[in-house]
Design a protein around this ligand. Structure first.
Ligand code: 5RP
Ligand code: FE2
Length: 224
């Protein structure tokens, strides 16, 4: 896999102290994070609220270089493409369940200068996303029901990851939800190379060690 997908760890700051979003983000970057996974929730697509593009724009001013992976858990993903691009987002990951016109949304995201991520809720069959794999930079397999951090990892999502990796050997495949050192080997073996980990990293007294453990496990399957 010399030029294929790389092992990357993206902490989710959802369960960190959000009154100190910048400090918490910096801590993750200084602990070896390859990117930041930022969870946007609108209270419609999921039963919870977090933050939107004004907060992302402020964070970008203080963190000019890191890759921002926007996990858009919103009912109308078309609506926020321009605003998120303007705020400095690098990747716009929308949920396939929320989009009325997937190819058109992928085109708009690319035209706005961002990478395209397409996410699948646990109940969504993997076949739904297969026609759109060639349009995506990244495919996200949720390993919890989206809406809250700190939930239990759903190992029964691994066949979806395996199928996507078999179909799209060069696309980034991300897992998100309950991912920790206890289940990282399953994720990597199934074919996930972009790893979101929230609680396991941000709640640890030694986040750098957790990030390093996760990365080493994924690098066994996706060597540099
Ligand atoms: O999208 C999410 C929830 O909808 C979060 O990214 C995810 O839950 C990460 O947190 P944890 O590792 O604690 O589950
Ligand atoms: Fe997420």
């Amino acid at each position: 896999m010399a030029c294929g997908p790389k092992a990357m760890i993206g902490p989710s700051i959802l369960n960190s102290d959000l009154s100190m979003l910048y400090d918490e983000s910096e801590k993750m970057i200084n602990s070896g994070a390859d990117y930041l996974h930022l969870d946007v929730m609108d209270g419609h697509f999921v039963p919870n609220l977090t933050f939107g593009h004004p907060v992302v724009k402020c964070l970008r001013q203080k963190i000019p270089k890191s890759f921002f992976d926007m996990h858009m858990m919103v009912a109308n993903p078309e609506k926020w493409v321009e605003a998120m691009a303007d705020a400095g987002a690098n990747q716009y990951t929308f949920h396939i369940e929320a989009s009325k016109d997937v190819p058109d949304l992928c085109r708009k995201i690319k035209e706005a200068g961002m990478k395209v991520g397409i996410g699948l809720k646990p109940g969504t069959d993997v076949s739904v996303v297969l026609p759109y794999g060639p349009l995506a930079d990244m495919l996200l397999v949720m390993t919890v029901e989206p809406g809250f951090g700190g939930q239990k990892f759903m190992a029964d999502m691994m066949p979806k990851v395996e199928r996507l990796r078999a179909e799209f050997p060069l696309v980034n495949i991300e897992v998100d939800g309950g991912v920790s050192p206890a289940n990282i080997d399953q994720c990597a073996k199934a074919g996930a190379n972009m790893i979101v980990s929230g609680s396991a990293v941000v709640k640890s007294p030694q986040p750098a060690e957790v990030i390093s453990q996760l990365k080493q496990a994924v690098q066994k399957v996706f060597p540099e």
